[in-house]
Design a binder for this molecule. Structure first.
Ligand SMILES: Nc1nc(=O)c2c([nH]1)NC[C@@H]1CN(c3ccc(C(=O)N[C@@H](CCC(=O)O)C(=O)O)cc3)CN21
Ligand SMILES: O=c1ccn([C@H]2C[C@H](O)[C@@H](COP(=O)(O)O)O2)c(=O)[nH]1
Length: 276
């Protein structure tokens, strides 16, 4: 049975049984169709550890759209784009302007160059440089929560910081996330950053180790509650096998260079509403 399923079931049970409801408060998010406020039940600070040497952390309770998730990951980390025209799915359309821009968020921040004694690097290239040249460094991290630019972002970054740590031949990482929509994007984000660790490890001569996911506000939206209640009653299936091609340059990866072999999942035919 998939370890990601176990974590997801545990997290959601904890939120539903012990979480805090914001239903009596005036909140920001709303449902686009009716304009009603989108309330949540939430838990403060959930930490999940995924050992990538054991299993790829994808859920089987419903299909995680792995290729779309990897496409969005590469849109942010490799293309460093903030324009939805460079993205295959429509998941960001609601937050884009008439030209497709989501503002100075995500990829835009990763692409900004900064000065170092070795020259100018953007955040991604600095990480890749340090993984090769300074693997013992405790300073290998990215942070896209740039306060100076928040007013020009259509949605503030949720998964905002990655800390990379090399231990022996293992590349471990901590993903810091301030806000998590458990049903829509929890496993989506976990799969993305597991793939990122695998890709960075591959191009740095390392193996992917542990992914630690720290979530400050882990919530389930009101309209998602009945869906989550049904999902977590399901019997998890075995996790698939993760495959990655031998590629030595991060910028040469495409979505087809990573695959899930024998990915079995439960049928799920509901279109999930996404709070805006
Ligand atoms: N409320 C909210 N939740 C989010 O998860 C979220 C936002 N807003 N705003 C920005 C991005 C967009 N994200 C999204 C939005 C939609 C899907 C989604 O609809 N996923 C579908 C499959 C997508 C596909 O067809 O490939 C799913 O069923 O999981 C995923 C991530 C994550 N983010
Ligand atoms: O990668 C992502 C991007 C967004 N989310 C979710 C988390 C929240 O439900 C909303 C953002 O609303 P805020 O009020 O700004 O927190 O988007 C996610 O889970 N993963």
């Amino acid at each position: 049975m998939s370890i990601a399923d176990e974590r997801f079931i545990q997290n959601c049970k904890d939120i539903l049984e012990n979480g805090f409801s914001d239903v009596c408060y005036d909140v920001r998010p709303a449902w686009a169709d009716t304009g009603e406020k989108a309330h949540t039940i939430k838990k403060f600070c959930i930490v999940n550890r995924y050992d990538l040497t054991k299993e790829f952390p994808v859920i089987t309770l419903r299909k995680t759209f792995f290729k779309s998730a990897v496409d969005e990951l590469l849109w942010i980390w490799q293309k460093k784009s903030n324009n939805t025209h460079d993205l295959k799915s429509k998941i960001w359309d609601a937050w884009a302007d008439e030209n497709g821009s989501i503002g100075k968020a995500y990829g835009y921040q990763l692409g900004i160059k900064h000065k170092y004694k070795e020259g100018e690097f953007d955040q991604v290239d600095r990480v890749l440089y340090d993984l090769k040249h300074n693997p013992l460094s405790r300073r290998i991290m990215t942070n896209i929560y740039n306060h100076a630019d928040l007013h020009e972002m259509n949605l503030y970054p949720c998964a905002y910081s990655m800390t990379f740590n090399v231990t022996g031949n293992r590349l471990n990482g901590i993903l810091n996330q301030r806000s998590q929509d458990m049903l829509v994007a929890n496993n989506w984000n976990v799969c993305q950053y597991a793939v990122l660790l695998h890709m960075f490890a591959k191009v740095s001569g390392l193996v992917a180790g542990e992914l630690v996911h720290v979530i400050a506000d882990a919530h389930i939206y009101d309209r998602h509650i009945p869906i989550v209640e049904e999902l977590i009653k399901r019997e998890p299936l075995p996790a698939p096998t993760f495959e990655i091609d031998d590629i030595d340059d991060f910028y040469k990866f495409t979505v087809d260079n990573v695959r899930l072999k024998d990915y079995n999942y439960h049928e799920f035919n509901i279109k999930i509403p996404v709070a805006e």
